[in-house]
Design a protein. Structure first.
Length: 697
């Protein structure tokens, strides 16, 4: 093999587009990276695409010293009209070729348009007619730096054309004197004879309300097609701050379903004794057939790697996610192993392999107070897949686990040591391999940007730990991809993602001199923030929030930045300009090429890592394709055939011109020998693509 390239699917205006490059050649390589804009033009009566350079950079790479090619993406990219954007990696040396014998790689890149996140804050969520609406509008970039440009009156940024809206209510209303809360469990059992709960009514200053309660129980649904409320049953009783109630399930069944999964709405109308003011509160209750639930957690891998530890993570809880009682808390795991035995004479039996299943020992594990169970699984050497079922008092969950494939049976596993990580702390990761590792290269991606790239010297160890300093830019989710290269050229990768708290660079705190005060009394407010910060304050009568809330900007809304780091597993196709709509793709747990027999790169893959092949003439079954090489005299007459789209090779009006000038580009040459090339892999990493090369065999 000669190189390895990693690149994001997306480019973010105003930030670096970072391309990772590692050379495996013994000589230095001068590599140039460029982003182009494709513009459709008509030149001398011939319509074609012209590729205009947007930004470029170059760097020299030595063998075994990976690095980054950082292309600063202009802030106004994507606003210009054109046919899209592309990135290119080009070798500036002779006898230096990439995939398919080309001296350059050329891929499309998607430019993120909604690069800013817009926030709108109003002083209240509901107003009376004629009242003044006070609002504050601001926008931030993915790194939470403030946007300081102009806004259109429609709350539309002048340069990025991002939009955001916030609604509020205009209605005649009276500030509520008290609050009504219906306190009930979120679920009820279908075997219960009575549904119990309580109603609480308190003034905004904390004193109890005395009056009358009218309780309605109905199906949890809105108005019917005629605008009528759903049928309900009623129950009345007195209240002095709090009152308990019990409703027979037989009465509920007359107005609503009481089967498992059905929901009822319980509404309490409280009439104040002195003023006859009537306010309400409600809650929703779901019927369940069992008080327990169990699930296999998402951090349980869907593939196992022979020779490396494997654990199943399950959670047991009540239906409302509260812990189960401490007595009699044992979880049972039942595992079935699948095996496959190839046979030289399989054609005599009309089958390719002989397969079967057998049971592994049943495991009983005590459930800790938090309900999360870790079960270590000892996997037999001949297992090709596993079926795992966890059972808690008749409630079950199931997961199928596949075997990771590697032609050399070597694997890498990343593990996070510790939890509850916060920015400005250090994350410690463990890398464990089934053999001595070489240099380990890792990259950290968050919000669609490469936050860190580094090489770690493993000193030939099987297991090692390394630390990653966490920055606010890595919140809310950090994705780490790591790999090492074996002596035979096989790339052994793994990827892991974990949550990071602390998305804000500027930590703001607020305190008050007292939590209780009299009217017309001054109150001291103490604020802390970074120097030269501008702090905005909002004070609202708490009774308004009882009418309607949602007007304020909360720290939780910063999680909207998560859109920049979502993993899109639906996009399993490399953005190659000429990739046809029909293409083979690999499934998780398969490799990219069938091993060192092809004399170059092979790549092991993990859960969410897909091998994909570019389909030209024949689809391969192992994640590679056969490409037809050409004779030495098969050369294009012009050097810039790539500036034209593949339409010139297919459309009748351009085909004769292309056969004369771009014969190699269009693949019109006479076939020669057949060569195998590896394709692409996409790890479980937000929008990352890896590409590697294979020399002819």
């Amino acid at each position: 093999g000669s190189y390895l390239i990693t690149a994001p699917w997306h480019a973010t205006p105003g930030f670096n587009f970072s391309i990772g490059f590692e050379s495996f050649l013994d000589r230095p390589l001068d590599i140039k990276a460029t982003i182009y804009q494709r513009v459709f033009e008509n030149l001398n009566g011939v319509s074609h695409y012209v590729y205009k350079e947007v930004v470029t950079t170059h760097r020299t790479f030595q063998k075994g010293q990976p690095g980054m090619l950082n292309l600063p993406v202009p802030e106004n990219i994507g606003l210009q009209s054109g046919g899209g954007y592309y990135w290119e990696v080009k070798c500036l040396h002779e006898n230096c070729t990439f995939f398919g014998g080309q001296y350059r790689l050329f891929y499309s890149v998607s430019v993120i348009q909604d690069v800013t996140t817009i926030f709108v804050q109003t002083d209240k969520a509901i107003y009376k007619p004629g009242q003044m609406v006070h609002y504050r509008v601001f926008a931030v970039y993915p790194d939470l730096q403030m946007y300081d440009g102009n806004f259109w009156i429609e709350i539309k940024t002048a340069t990025r054309f991002d939009t955001y809206s916030k609604s509020f209510t205009v209605n005649e209303y009276q500030l509520p004197r008290f609050e009504v809360v219906v306190d009930m469990p979120s679920y009820a059992l279908t075997t219960d004879e009575n549904i119990q709960g309580s109603v609480k009514a308190t003034y905004t200053f904390g004193q109890p309300v005395k009056g009358k309660v009218e309780l309605h129980v109905s199906r949890n649904q809105g108005l019917d097609s005629c605008g009528n409320e759903p049928r309900h049953m009623e129950l009345s009783f007195d209240i002095d701050g709090e009152a308990k109630f019990s409703v027979p399930k037989t009465d509920i069944s007359r107005v609503a379903s009481v089967y498992s999964g059905s929901q009822i709405k319980v509404t309490a109308f409280v009439k104040e004794e002195l003023t006859d003011v009537r306010l309400e509160g409600s809650t929703v209750v779901t019927f369940r057939s069992t008080p327990y639930k169990v699930r296999i957690l998402d951090n349980t891998p869907s593939v196992f790697k022979p020779g490396l530890p494997y654990s199943v993570f399950a959670q047991v809880s009540m239906q409302d996610d509260s812990p189960v009682p401490t007595s009699s808390t044992t979880l049972t795991m039942v595992t079935t192993a699948h095996y496959s035995i190839p046979s030289d004479n399989s054609f005599l039996y009309s089958t390719g392999t002989f397969a079967g299943t057998y049971a592994l020992p049943i495991q009983d594990v005590d459930v800790p107070p938090n309900g999360v169970v870790k079960i270590d699984l000892s996997i037999p050497a001949n297992a090709t897949s596993l079926d795992v079922t966890v059972d808690y008092k008749g409630v079950t969950d199931y997961k199928s686990i596949s075997k990771m494939f590697s032609s050399s049976n070597t694997y890498l596993q990343l593990s996070l040591l510790g939890q509850d990580l916060t920015s400005r702390q250090t994350a410690r990761l463990e890398a464990k391999a089934t053999e001595s590792m070489g240099k380990l290269w890792y990259q950290v991606l968050s919000r669609g940007l490469v936050c860190e790239s580094k090489v770690v010297d493993t000193q030939g160890q099987h297991v090692m730990t390394f630390d990653i300093p966490l920055t606010p830019m890595m919140a809310p989710t950090a994705h780490v991809m790591a790999y090492y290269v074996r002596s035979d050229g096989e790339i052994v990768p793994d990827a892991i993602a974990f949550n990071v708290e602390g998305v804000f660079n500027n930590e703001v705190t607020i305190e008050m001199s007292t939590n209780k005060s009299e009217p017309h009394t001054d109150l001291d407010v103490y604020l802390t923030a970074d120097p030269n910060s501008v702090v905005h304050l909002l004070a609202v009568d708490q009774s308004v929030l009882l009418v309607k809330s949602g007007n304020d900007v909360t720290p939780g809304e910063g999680s909207g930045l998560r859109i920049y780091s979502d993993v899109d597993l639906s996009r399993t196709r490399p953005p190659y300009e000429s990739l046809p709509p029909s293409y083979p793709h690999m499934q998780p747990g398969q490799t990219f090429a069938p091993g060192a027999a092809f004399g170059g790169f092979t790549t092991t893959t993990d859960e969410g890592i897909f091998g994909m092949a570019r389909q030209h003439f024949a689809a391969a079954n192992f994640g590679f394709n056969r490409f037809t090489t050409t004779t030495a005299d098969c050369q294009d007459k012009i050097a810039n055939c790539y500036e034209y789209s593949r339409d010139i090779c297919q459309l009748s009006e351009y085909r004769s011109w292309a056969m004369e000038n771009c014969v190699r580009f269009c693949g019109f040459c006479m076939p020669g020998s057949t060569t195998d090339y590896a394709a692409y892999i996409v790890p479980d990493f937000p929008g990352f693509m890896l590409s590697s090369s294979l020399p002819p065999t």
